[in-house]
Write a protein of this length. Structure first.
Lengths: 505, 501
């Protein structure tokens, strides 16, 4: 990588941050780090929108950030990213537009799954033991002002992921009218509720080995607890909690010499940390000292890479399928056949490894909707997949996979045309090609019993020979192939033909 | 979980169903049917011909290979009237066992009646009234008469529709005289049994009557459901059409199964006679009666019992069952149901809500959070979707739509006309949804901590303010805060300010 400057602006729920890094041979060197407190979250979490005066203030802060970037002659080499404070505001588009016109900065809204993904890769890059934790049973929580984003991993499978609306500033806003003497009880009950929600989604008797936390809340606790290693101990957290749980905000500010905005969120933050430890039955929390802006910078500048992503996602999707009691063998067989067809079509497909992976995911999940109801199951598959929120798997990918799964049946009940028209022509073409392949692969295991033991694909100019090996004549598969291969002919102008080779044992 | 396959070798069709047991319920994972009309020969000649035997064997081989492809733990095969009556019935059953490897139970008419009763009891609230469960097959018809949920009488008759047709109808369209004789014969066969206006419900199973209900639903463009209700007026219309038209024309009726076209008239006349005797204006049909009963019976033999068999309310049990399927928090669901029921009691007159909406509110309260299974964010919308696509019992399709909508509005946005499902409802239903959702939101707020702290609710009204007082022995800040943040819709509906103290 050549040497360059790269800037990240991060608009959080309680502060604006900017970092400017210089990258030399992939290593970063921080040149500037600016923090300006401005609590957009306070508006968003209570009123639902950002008040006009705060829009003006935001633009002023960003104008100054822009001047700083100009000093380094950074023109396009930056990303300005907003999290929940803007993401959840009803007037977010106005906000973005206003900032663009008045400060000349293009803002991007970071989706929750992207947010946690970047933190995940960031922390994994830094904590060498993280990979080991992921095998053993790990909860990774990002406790910020707006949300608590949680992902749970075991055996390199992500078994749970969600952004839950229990951030510290949000909690503070919800219970601001409750007298101080009772506040801690309210937080306590409320936060334990969040963990209950998580628990219902986990397998029974699930055991955690490690707890890792990131988020703006870390810095505050580092200041107060001054831990030696990158560890918070439960007893230290409990001690602090005991002192401050009924303490007036002004006394907290005085006694600990911290800012008002930090003092407000201290109790909800501590409550969350302590409950996290009780929930996991652990007594220490690992954390990383890397700031979120630095993680963003390393991610967007390409300084850190995630080579294991697809492998991890694949495992997690199989796990997800199990949750909906899908037919795992069928999913395996269909994805194997689909990929075989894909690989043999390479010369005419003009699709890459990304689309190949999307095909595989579609094959894994295409019948997941059976769990809801056998009737119109393709529509239910679509519905379930649309709600997938896996760090590292973008919204766009989710939409593609959902559509391919919907269309694996010839005449889906749902009116899909209106969804298709929202896609551009290239995307639509991708969907069409993947569906054509998936339908054939699905037909080859129509009976879900792996009657066809293996396939060979031979592409000869206007024909796709699908040669199948079986012990018995596959009547159902043959019939299904006839129906399900029509789209392939329409899409590629190539006629798929089934050739049955019966092995007599 | 274990899987059960059941095969029903009927006189008209051979059908197979594979179900997976889910503790207190089961789900169908495979369904297969072939219409063979094997009974026709038997009722004419008294035995199966070689060709018929070959046909049976071929279909069963296909079914066997379907079953072998799954992880089926137990397979049960039953044969009914055609096998009972054929002289070579037992010989054919042996041949099936040898050549296909399936052991066939030739069951009595009484057993057949019992399985149908089980199926009806699992799907209808039989304990509240008297009902007739009738299964019209090709060779026989089984009738169960129930008395407040108890099976009073199980009868097997020779009123199968193929058989009746063979006995009386020689022309197409049939002669008036042929139809009259058949009606008289059916009435005569039924006169010994207590079928009168004490009967509140007629439930039909069997493929032929089910097909009648399918035709009706097609004509009315109604959504396909497992349980269907058919108006007697429609039945009369279809009967007179079949009495007058040639078979080729009948076969073209939208939705009719052509192989059943000739025998449908006999089945319909039979049901019409029952409607006449009971003075009812319509009847229900149930898909897969015998197979459902057989599946339940097999589950019982394996040690599994369904909720209705413990005397529970079928409608309510089904709600809990669906909740469990989606791993809901049962305590919270029941607490919200308890609270919303209290609120309904206290406020139904002010909201002008009819008593019948209580059970709708109950459905929404029990199921409001099930969408969590799909994802926490937007879970209210997922709840809507799951309720819409889960088969609740004891509610009409319209009531289910209201339940789904009420659950959808238990949090976040209030009902708006740009929300499509809401907007598709009629004006009256919209008003109901708003009122019920208003109650549900407040009740959900009153269990904000999910700790079931509130055990009673009092209200006090003066002028423009309604005071709601949740009673608890514990501190309930969260509940009060929760209710406060969710009272807006109810305030709008009552036209009053609400204070929660």
């Amino acid at each position: 990588m050549k040497n360059k400057y790269f800037a990240i602006i991060n608009i959080g729920a309680s502060a604006f941050r900017m970092i400017i890094n210089e990258y030399i041979e992939g290593k970063e060197k921080t040149l500037e780090y600016l923090v300006k407190p401005l609590s957009l979250g306070r508006d968003t979490f209570t009123k639902g929108y950002i008040a006009l005066e705060n829009v003006y203030k935001a633009a002023d802060i960003l104008k100054n950030f822009k001047l700083k970037m100009d000093e380094y002659k950074i023109d396009r080499n930056y990303k300005a990213l907003c999290t929940s404070g803007v993401r959840e505001a009803q007037n977010r588009y106005f906000f973005i537009d206003y900032v663009k016109i008045n400060a000349g900065i293009d803002l991007i809204i970071l989706e929750p799954s992207d947010e946690i993904y970047i933190k995940y890769v960031g922390i994994r890059d830094e904590l060498k033991e993280f990979v080991h934790y992921e095998k053993k049973g790990l909860i990774f929580a990002n406790v910020s002002s707006g949300n608590v984003a949680v992902s749970i991993h075991k055996d390199n499978i992500m078994i749970y992921s969600a952004a839950l609306p229990y951030g510290s500033l949000r909690l503070n806003e919800i219970f601001k009218y409750i007298p101080i003497i009772n506040k801690y009880k309210a937080y306590e009950q409320y936060v334990s509720n969040m963990f209950y929600t998580i628990k219902t989604a986990l397998p029974q008797g699930f055991k955690f080995q490690y707890v890792v936390v990131s988020g703006s809340s870390i810095n505050l606790l580092i200041d107060l607890l001054n831990p030696e290693k990158n560890l918070f101990k439960k007893k230290d957290l409990l001690n602090l909690y005991k002192y401050i749980k009924t303490m007036d905000i002004n006394d907290i500010i005085k006694n600990y010499n911290i800012r008002h905005s930090d003092a407000e969120v201290l109790l909800p933050t501590l409550t969350t940390y302590i409950n996290l430890l009780s929930f996991t039955e652990k007594d220490e929390i690992h954390f990383s000292r890397t700031s979120f802006p630095l993680m963003l910078s390393n991610y967007y500048s390409g300084a850190i890479k995630d080579k294991e992503l697809n492998k991890r996602l694949r495992k997690s999707f199989y796990y997800f399928g199990d949750r909906f009691k899908f037919d795992k063998n069928h999913a395996r067989v269909v994805s194997k056949y689909a990929l075989k067809i894909f690989d043999n079509l390479k010369p005419i497909l003009s699709l890459g490894s990304k689309e190949r992976f999307l095909l595989e995911v579609s094959a894994i999940l295409h019948e997941i909707g059976y769990f809801i109801n056998a009737r119109n199951h393709e529509e239910h598959s679509f519905h379930i997949i649309k709600a997938v929120n896996f760090p590292g798997f973008s919204r766009e990918d989710v939409t593609t996979v959902a559509l391919v799964a919907l269309l694996h049946r010839e005449n889906p009940n749902k009116n899909y045309e209106e969804i298709l028209v929202t896609l551009n022509i290239e995307k639509r073409l991708v969907v069409n090609k993947l569906v054509s392949i998936l339908r054939i692969a699905d037909a080859l295991d129509a009976n879900h019993n792996k009657l066809i033991r293996d396939i060979n694909i031979v592409l000869v100019h206007d024909k796709l020979r699908v040669i199948v090996k079986t012990l018995k004549h596959p009547f159902l598969e043959e019939h299904s192939f006839k129906r399900k291969s029509k789209l392939f002919l329409e899409t590629f102008g190539i006629r798929p033909e089934l050739e049955v080779k019966i092995d007599y044992e | 979980m274990p899987q059960i396959a059941v095969i029903d070798i009927g006189s008209n069709s051979i059908r197979m169903q594979i179900s997976e047991i889910l503790g207190k319920s089961y789900k169908i994972v495979e369904d297969y049917k072939e219409i063979l009309r094997i009974g026709d020969e038997v009722f004419l000649r008294g035995e199966f011909s070689d060709r018929a035997v070959d046909d049976i064997l071929n279909v069963l081989k296909k079914i066997k290979s379907l079953i072998d492809g799954k992880n089926v733990d137990i397979t049960r095969v039953v044969a009914t009237a055609a096998f009972r009556e054929a002289k070579n019935g037992y010989i054919v059953a042996d041949k099936i066992e040898k050549e296909v490897g399936l052991k066939v139970e030739i069951i009595s008419g009484k057993d057949e009646a019992y399985f149908n009763y089980l199926s009806a009891a699992a799907n209808f609230q039989l304990s509240k009234s008297n009902a007739i469960v009738v299964d019209i097959g090709g060779g026989s018809a089984e009738i169960c008469i129930t008395d407040n949920g108890n099976l009073k009488n199980a009868i097997t008759t020779n009123l199968g529709c193929s058989k009746l047709t063979k006995m009386f109808i020689k022309h197409t369209p049939p002669l008036i005289d042929e139809v009259l004789k058949m009606k008289k014969y059916i009435s005569g066969q039924l006169k010994h049994y207590e079928i009168n206006k004490d009967i509140a419900l007629i439930i039909c199973s069997g493929g032929t009557m089910y097909n009648v209900s399918e035709i009706y639903y097609k004509e009315k463009s109604k959504e396909d459901t497992a349980i269907k209700y058919v108006d007697r007026k429609f039945l009369k219309k279809l009967i007179s059409m079949m009495e007058m038209k040639k078979i080729d024309i009948i076969k073209n009726i939208n939705g009719i199964e052509a192989q059943r076209a000739d025998i449908m008239l006999a089945a319909m006349l039979f049901i019409d006679i029952l409607l006449e005797k009971t003075r009812l204006s319509g009847f229900y049909t149930l898909r897969a009666g015998l197979r459902t009963g057989l599946t339940i019976d097999t589950m019982n033999k394996m040690g599994f019992e369904l909720p209705f068999q413990n005397g529970d309310d079928v409608r309510f049990s089904r709600l809990i069952e669906i909740g469990n399927k989606f791993s809901f928090e049962e305590d919270h669901a029941r607490q919200v149901n308890f609270l919303v029921n209290k609120l309904f009691e206290l406020l139904k007159d002010r909201l002008q809500l009819n008593e019948k909406y209580r059970k709708i509110l109950e459905g929404a309260a029990i199921l409001h959070d099930i969408g969590n299974y799909i994802s926490y964010s937007s879970h209210h919308k997922h709840s809507y979707y799951l309720i819409k696509n889960s088969e609740l019992l004891g509610y009409t399709p319209e009531e289910m739509e209201i339940i789904a909508n009420v659950a959808r509005y238990h949090r976040r946005s209030l009902p708006k006309v740009n929300h499509e499902p809401y907007n598709n409802m009629g004006t009256d239903q919209k008003a109901i949804i708003r009122k019920l959702a208003g109650l549900l939101r407040l009740a959900d707020g009153l269990d904000r901590s999910h700790n079931m702290l509130v055990h009673d609710i009092l209200i006090n009204e003066n002028n423009d303010v309604l005071q709601i007082k949740p009673i608890s022995d514990m501190d309930i800040y969260i509940e009060i805060e929760g209710a406060n943040s969710k009272k807006e819709l109810l305030e709008e509906e009552l036209g009053k300010k609400i204070i929660i103290t």
